[in-house]
Design a protein around this ligand. Structure first.
Ligand SMILES: C[S@@+](CC[C@H](N)C(=O)[O-])C[C@H]1O[C@@H](n2cnc3c(N)ncnc32)[C@H](O)[C@@H]1O
Length: 567
């Protein structure tokens, strides 16, 4: 970049010293590669004026189509300068300016594959901050990556980032194709491998996911040049463990898949002792009797991460019906009693607020409570809650049972808990404290997963397991999964007490009344909840079995209860 041109760029960008401008632009070029890293890792970006950028983009695009193909050295240089300025703007979070400069660069030099790629990255980045223009930006982003690939089909980052964009928009088959192309071109592309694992995992291609996760892990050995944060390696081991625990146990070579899963989850904890998902999954796998509820840290980390995709994943992907079903039942019961509204309605574990719009009209005051601040932010966007609190459910109950607080004390008429107590085993504390927050005659409506001995499912699972084993012996495509070991599996360690089948409900599970399942969620027996309700001062107004959602293609057995406080 010559000094004159650099000075001009400096004026535009408000950088005073010429050396600084060049340095900034070059540094930005370097950073762009970093910015396009893994989908798995969250990148903090800011949004500015995406709508304006989109309009400008359209105008410039038409203009560029009329330009002659032969470029002079001056034009090439101008394109390069605009590209570098774009990088600096992008780095500074000035996304619309970055888009403008990238567009100007590719008008002059439509063969600039790096520039098209960064344009795609900038458009994808704008998408996060401007959900209203998500679809347009998605289309523009994929077009930009496609232009990069037309200019250079072997452009690894264009393939990879195209995959990230499809992955973000949940077009998993296209994401997989793009990641696979990136890996074909660069077999040591850590981010593409780990993202490929996660995309295949999402499609329930467990063998494929395990393969990709293992290949990614191999790249992050101590001697490897790939620099990845310990927390990311931990997440990768966690995902590998999760995929292994979902495989039928006999599918792994030399040891059971469940044993390997436990080993990988331990590795996850070795890289990050605070990986709450790994801790919880390991407890579920080895049925740790000390786990009576999911930790607050686990719930927070799980749902903060899940918040942005929760509604789509659950409602569209898993046929989630708990809020609507609860509303229908409560409406029917309150109509019968001629109840029009409840004084305070507490939506505990409100999440993104799916219950809010349904219960709004039957609440004098609607309060949402949740441990996950990210989920609460989505609930706030619905504009139906009078108050939203980021706290643990029993803390809220305590506020309404505080005799000192004359306004709030026992002012709750209805508590709604949709799919919340699946994160708690023992419910004694919750039931007891809810009874102190509710007014006499108040209702507690909840959905839970149901624990019962399903002999048919058990038999089917055993039969399926025998059939799977026989099939896998015949089917060469479903060979044994070879797990690359990080450590020797401890003899008699994780294997003891492992539950290979979800349907294995023991007598002691039934006696206890609840069980932590491999899914990481708790299920409760009908007897446990109804006995506990009675012991806590409630009468069971309503109880029904229903299917609140699907998981891994299976219907999850659930139950819905409405309790009435009798004292
Ligand atoms: C599966 S989501 C259900 C959200 C919402 N009720 C719905 O039906 O869409 C479970 C929610 O409960 C919250 N949660 C679980 N246990 C909690 C607790 N002890 N205190 C507060 N929030 C909790 C989670 O953070 C999560 O947002």
């Amino acid at each position: 970049m010559d000094k004159v041109r650099a000075a001009k760029m400096g004026e535009k960008m408000g950088v005073k010293d010429t050396a600084d401008k060049i340095k900034t632009a070059r540094a930005a070029k370097h950073t762009m590669k970093e910015r396009s890293r893994a989908w798995m890792s969250k990148s903090g970006t800011r949004y500015i004026g995406g709508a304006v950028a989109t309009v400008v983009v359209a105008v410039l695009y038409r203009y560029y189509m009329q330009l002659p193909p032969d470029l002079s050295a001056v034009q090439l240089k101008a394109a390069e300068d605009n590209y570098l300025i774009g990088n600096t703007y992008f780095e500074q979070g000035e996304i619309s300016q970055a888009i403008l400069h990238y567009r100007t660069a590719v008008i002059t030099n439509p063969k600039h594959a790096d520039c098209w790629t960064n344009l795609g990255n900038a458009l994808s980045s704008a998408m996060h901050y401007h959900p209203d223009h998500r679809d347009t930006l998605y289309v523009e982003g994929t077009k930009a990556y496609q232009q990069a690939l037309d200019a250079n089909p072997k452009h690894v980052e264009a393939n990879f980032n195209m995959g990230v964009l499809h992955h973000t928009l949940d077009d998993i088959p296209k994401a997989i194709t793009s990641y696979e192309r990136a890996i074909e071109l660069d077999p040591n592309h850590y981010d593409a491998l780990s993202n490929l694992g996660s995309a295949r995992h999402k499609q329930q291609d467990l063998d494929g996911a395990i393969d990709a996760y293992q290949n990614a892990i191999e790249l992050v050995t101590p001697m490897s040049p790939v620099q990845v944060e310990q927390t990311q390696i931990s997440m990768l081991y966690y995902l590998l463990g999760a995929a292994l625990s979902a495989l039928p146990s006999h599918r792994c070579k030399n040891a059971s898949c469940a044993e390997y899963a436990a080993q990988k989850l331990r590795m996850a904890l070795r890289f990050n002792p605070n990986n709450e998902e790994a801790k919880h999954a390991l407890s579920a796998l080895v049925a740790d009797p000390s786990i009576t509820t999911a930790s607050n840290a686990y719930i927070k980390s799980l749902f903060d991460e899940y918040a942005a995709t929760f509604d789509k994943a659950l409602v569209e992907g898993l046929n989630y019906s708990a809020p609507q079903k609860l509303f229908d039942v409560v409406t029917e019961l309150s109509d019968k009693r001629k109840i029009k509204t409840f004084q305070t309605v507490l939506d505990v574990g409100c999440g993104t607020g799916l219950c809010g719009p349904l219960f709004k009209n039957m609440s004098d005051t609607l309060v949402g409570v949740d441990l996950s601040s990210e989920m609460v932010e989505y609930a706030r966007l619905r504009g139906v809650y009078d108050e939203l609190l980021v706290e643990e459910i029993t803390e809220s109950f305590a506020r309404y049972s505080d005799t000192e607080n004359k306004t709030l004390f026992r002012s709750v008429g209805l508590i709604v808990a949709a799919d919340v107590f699946v994160y708690s085993g023992e419910l004694e504390g919750v039931f007891k404290s809810s009874a102190q927050a509710l007014k006499k005659g108040g209702w507690f409506a909840m959905t839970l997963e149901r624990l019962f001995r399903n002999e048919t499912a058990e038999a089917e699972a055993t039969e399926k397991s025998v059939a799977d084993k026989a099939a896998s012996e015949k089917d060469t495509a479903k060979k044994e999964v070879v797990i690359k070991s990080d450590e020797d599996i401890e003899a008699g360690g994780a294997g003891d007490g492992l539950r290979a089948q979800e349907f294995n409900v023991s007598d002691s599970d039934l006696e206890k009344g609840w069980k932590l399942q491999l899914s990481g969620r708790f299920a409760h027996t009908e007897k446990y909840v109804t006995d506990l309700a009675t012991a806590s001062g409630f009468k069971v107004l309503y109880h029904e079995h229903f299917i609140p959602r699907k998981d891994q293609g299976l219907d999850i057995p659930g139950q819905l209860l409405v309790l009435e406080l009798t004292k």
